[in-house]
Design a protein around this ligand. Structure first.
Ligand code: PLP
Length: 472
C-alpha cells in the first residue's frame, strides 16, 4: 500500500483548507474547529523567529507558544547547530544502554547552573524524560519512595502540573479531572499563597505530609505571583515538619521569569525541581527532574537503576538541543534580559490597563510571562442556553479575546487553568523593536471601538462557537 502523503509534499505550499480538512479527519477535531470558527486555524508561516503570517496574509507578532519557545521559531543559531550536529555526531541516538557524552554534559551543566545559585545541590542528579508532565511523574515517584510513612502531598489551588495520571491528580481542575476519577488520593489542596493555612494543615496532619509541590509562579493558573513571604516560609516549614519540597519550574524555570530558577530567586531552595518547556529550545521535547543524590537513588533503585526509565528520555538529539539551548540562554544573558524586559513590559501593561479600563480587567507579569484578563466579551447573563455553563462562557470570552488580538496582528495564547486569562509569552530574545510593536498592537486592539463586547465578533462566529461548545 502506498502511504497517502509523501514528506516531500509537505515542504511545498499546501492549501490552508486542505491541511485543516486533514487535521479534522483524524486529529483533535474539537480544537481545530474552534480555531477555524475564530479564523485562527493557520497553518502559520514563520517569517522570523518572532513573526508569523497567517493564510489570509495577516502579519503577526508571535507571543504564543505557552512559554516553550525561548528563542521563537526556527532560531538560526539553534537550527544551524542541529544541522551540524546531525551531520557530525557518531553517538548512538538512544543511549539507554550506554554512557552518552551529550547526556552527561547536559546533566553536568544543569547541576552546575543550579548549584551556582543553590550550593546544596552540588551533588544532585538529573532524570531526563520527554515532557513537563513526565518530569512531574518522576518527582511524584521520588517523594512517594522517599517518604513511605507520609503519603499526603500538598498542592495549591489553580496549580497546573500536567495531564498524565499522577500530574493530573495534582492539578485541581474540575474540567480536566472530572472524567477520569478516581484519581490519586492523599492530595491536599490549599489556597496558593496561604502560609498560615499551610502551617495549620501541617499541625493537624502530624507527619503525614510527605511532600509539597509548588509552582514559584503559576503560569497556567493565570500568571500569579505569590506574596513574597510564601515561598521562603515553605522552606522554613519543610525544615520544621520534615516534608520534601518539589518546585515545578516547567514554565517558570530557565529564564522565563527573570532568573534561571524562580524558586531560588524567591528564597526557596527545593529538594526536587522539574524542568521542561524551554529546555528543548522549542524544537524537541525534553523534560528533566533534578533531585539531590539520595532522593534520586530512591527513584532509580534496583539493579542497573531501572526502577524508573523512559526509552526516549536522555536521547542524544534531545540532549544536544538541550545543551545548546542552555548555552544560548546563558551566552545571551536571557534570564536577565527577561527580568529587565519583563519590568518594562509590565509597566507598559499597567499604563494600558489604566488607559483602557473598559478593555482590560487586570494585567499581571513575571519576567516575560504576561497575563491579560480582558473584560468579558461575552455577556454572562441572559440569552444563552443553560447548558453553556459559566466556565464555558468564560472560555468563549477568552477565545474571542484571542480573536480580537489576532485581528490586530498579535498571536497570543490561552491559559489552561484560568479560563479568563490570555497570555503573552514572547521569545526571551525578541528584539526590542518587535517587543515594542507587540505592545503597540495590543494598544491598537484596546483602543479600537470594535474590540468592545460582542460587537467584535459577528453573530455567525458566536453561534458557531456556542454550537461547538454545546454539541462538540
Ligand atoms: C508548571 C507546569 N508543570 C507541568 C506542565 C506540563 O508540561 P507538559 O505539557 O510538557 O506535559 C506545565 C505545562 O504547561 C506547566 O506549566
Amino acid at each position: 500500500m502506498s502511504l497517502p502523503i509523501r514528506t516531500e509534499e509537505l515542504f511545498g505550499p499546501l492549501p490552508a483548507g486542505g491541511v485543516r480538512a486533514l487535521e479534522t479527519r483524524h486529529g483533535n477535531t474539537g480544537m481545530i474547529r474552534v480555531l477555524e470558527a475564530l479564523g485562527m486555524a493557520g497553518p502559520h508561516e514563520v517569517l522570523s523567529p518572532w513573526e508569523l503570517r497567517d493564510p489570509g496574509g495577516q502579519h503577526l507578532v508571535h507571543a504564543g507558544g505557552y512559554a516553550a519557545l525561548p528563542f521563537g521559531e526556527l532560531y538560526g543559531p539553534l537550527v544551524n547547530f542541529v544541522q551540524d550536529f546531525l551531520g557530525r555526531t557518531r553517538n548512538q541516538a538512544l543511549p539507554t544502554q550506554a554512557a552518552s557524552s551529550w547526556r552527561a554534559a547536559l546533566e553536568t551543566n544543569l547541576v552546575a547552573l543550579l548549584s551556582r545559585h543553590a550550593p546544596s545541590h552540588g551533588g544532585s542528579q538529573v532524570f531526563f524524560s520527554n515532557s513537563g508532565a513526565e518530569a512531574v511523574e518522576a518527582a511524584l515517584k521520588i517523594v512517594r519512595a522517599a517518604r513511605p510513612g507520609a503519603p499526603k502531598i500538598v498542592n495549591f489551588s489553580r496549580a497546573y502540573h500536567g495531564k498524565t495520571f499522577g500530574a493530573l491528580s495534582l492539578t485541581p481542575s474540575e474540567d480536566y479531572q472530572a472524567a477520569f476519577g478516581p484519581l490519586l488520593d492523599n492530595v491536599l489542596t490549599l489556597s496558593y499563597g496561604d502560609t498560615a493555612g499551610l502551617e495549620r494543615l501541617l499541625k493537624t496532619e502530624r507527619g503525614r505530609v510527605g511532600a509539597l509541590i509548588v509552582e514559584p509562579v503559576q503560569g497556567e493558573g493565570g500568571v500569579r505571583v505569590p506574596p513574597p513571604e510564601f515561598l521562603p516560609a515553605i522552606g522554613t516549614l519543610a525544615q520544621r515538619y520534615g516534608f520534601l519540597v518539589v518546585a515545578d519550574e516547567v514554565q517558570s524555570g530557565l529564564g522565563r521569569c527573570g532568573h534561571p530558577f524562580a524558586s531560588l530567586a524567591a528564597g526557596l531552595e527545593p529538594d526536587v525541581i522539574t524542568l521542561a518547556k524551554p529546555l528543548g529550545g522549542g524544537l524537541v521535547p525534553v523534560g528533566a527532574t533534578v533531585a539531590r543524590r539520595e532522593l534520586m537513588g530512591k527513584l532509580l533503585g534496583g539493579l542497573g537503576g531501572k526502577r524508573h526509565s523512559s526509552t526516549f528520555g536522555g536521547g542524544t538529539l534531545a540532549m544536544a538541543v538541550g545543551l545548546k539551548s542552555l548555552e544560548i540562554i546563558e551566552d545571551e544573558g536571557l534570564a536577565e534580559r527577561a527580568r529587565v524586559m519583563g519590568e518594562r513590559g509590565l509597566d507598559r501593561l499597567n499604563v494600558l490597563a489604566a488607559r483602557y479600563p473598559d478593555f482590560f480587567e487586570a494585567v499581571r507579569g513575571a519576567g516575560m510571562l504576561f497575563a491579560l484578563q480582558l473584560r468579558p466579551v461575552v455577556p454572562f447573563a441572559g440569552g444563552w442556553p443553560d447548558a453553556l455553563g459559566g466556565e464555558t462562557l468564560s472560555q468563549l470570552g477568552s477565545a474571542l479575546g484571542l480573536r480580537t488580538l489576532h485581528r490586530h496582528g498579535l498571536h497570543a495564547c490561552y491559559t489552561l487553568n484560568s479560563s479568563r486569562t490570555l497570555r503573552l509569552t514572547p521569545a526571551l530574545n525578541m528584539p526590542d523593536e518587535v517587543f515594542d510593536e507587540m505592545f503597540a498592537r495590543l494598544e491598537r486592539a484596546a483602543a479600537s471601538p470594535n474590540s468592545r463586547s460582542l460587537l467584535s465578533a459577528p453573530p455567525s462566529v458566536l453561534l458557531k462557537l456556542a454550537n461547538l461548545a454545546l454539541n462538540g
